[in-house]
Design a protein around this ligand. Structure first.
Ligand code: NAD
Length: 277
């Protein structure tokens, strides 16, 4: 199963498994079990963040799995209160320490926090992690086009990834187009809408699920994969992890894709990056 997950190229010269596993809101007490389950299902891409308070347990799960470090793509994110230039190096080193690894596959600025005005300096420090190899790739999260334009104009390394809220109700077409033009991969957080909509009850999704004899969540993930998004669905349940990983045995038709494309309401469920400060 593992080999069936496509890898997408990053501008760092490395690659990222297009389907991974996220651990937002996974209780630290459950995280080791949950990540061990995800690895046993076949996931080889884990997305955490310092702000999730479970880096230590993610690292413990990776070690307990016995899977060689280099076979796992590991992402974590800089917490919002560590943006100041003098805090970034220490925060990065603590993340490596908590995860028990000597490099990350991807390190992200979690939110741009534009009102603070630090993200350009923060990014310059990120560039040093890429240069010394402790981060194989560096990227951002929740950046809007103007924030990306600022980085492109004022710094040297183009972010490899922008991880943003993205699901059928909020498809982010303009941002995706901008990113494609600049070689920035689009990674979808909340790919299932965080369970905050009745996405799975919508007829475009239900109809495709019936036609392919799969679950609605699998249709949504398949839509992401076919539109080129990197996806990192989260579930504490091993059965759902397995369901979410089993999305390479069917393909949505052009009409089915178009019906899901038409669900876009340009509506967020999560925070607005201009207001998270
Ligand atoms: P998600 O869209 O993955 O939804 C998770 C919810 O869907 C959970 O309630 C889960 O029980 C349910 N679910 C999962 N699989 C299901 C299935 N097969 N059938 C029915 N229900 C199912 O939301 P998320 O966890 O917020 O996003 C995924 C990951 O993205 C996170 O874990 C985290 O790693 C990342 N994330 C990043 C940011 C950011 O600011 N960068 C913000 C939120 C999440």
């Amino acid at each position: 199963m593992t080999n069936s997950v496509p890898s997408l190229p990053l501008n760092s010269g490395t690659t990222i498994p297009q389907l991974g596993f996220g651990v937002f809101l996974v209780d630290p007490d459950d995280t080791q079990r949950v990540v061990e389950d995800a690895l046993s299902v076949g996931y080889r891409h884990i997305d955490t963040a310092t702000g999730y308070n479970n880096e230590t347990q993610v690292g413990a799960a990776i070690r307990a799995s016995g899977i060689p470090r280099e076979e796992i793509f590991l992402t974590t994110k800089l917490r919002n209160d560590h943006h100041k230039e003098r805090d970034v190096e220490g925060a990065f080193a603590r993340s490596l320490d908590m995860l028990g690894v000597d490099y990350l596959d991807l390190y992200l600025i979690h939110w741009p926090m534009p009102a603070n005005g630090f993200f350009v300096d923060t990014w310059r420090t990120f560039e040093t992690f890429a240069a010394d190899g402790r981060a194989k790739a560096i990227g951002v999260s929740n950046f809007l086009v103007p924030h990306l334009e600022t980085l492109l104009a004022e710094t040297d390394v183009v972010p490899a990834v922008n991880q943003v809220e993205l699901h059928p109700i909020f498809q982010q077409r303009e941002l995706k187009e901008f990113q494609a033009q600049h070689g920035i991969q689009t990674e979808a957080w909340g790919p299932l809408g965080q369970g905050k909509y009745d996405l799975f009850g919508m007829s475009a999704i239900q109809d495709a699920a019936k036609a392919h004899d799969v679950q609605p969540a699998q249709v949504v993930l398949r839509w992401h994969l076919q539109t080129g998004n990197i996806v990192i669905p989260k579930s504490n349940s091993r059965d759902r992890m397995a369901q979410n990983f089993d999305v390479f045995g069917f393909e949505l038709s052009g009409d089915e894709m178009a019906a899901i494309d038409a669900l876009d309401e340009n509506r967020r469920v999560g925070g607005n990056p201009l207001e998270v400060n």
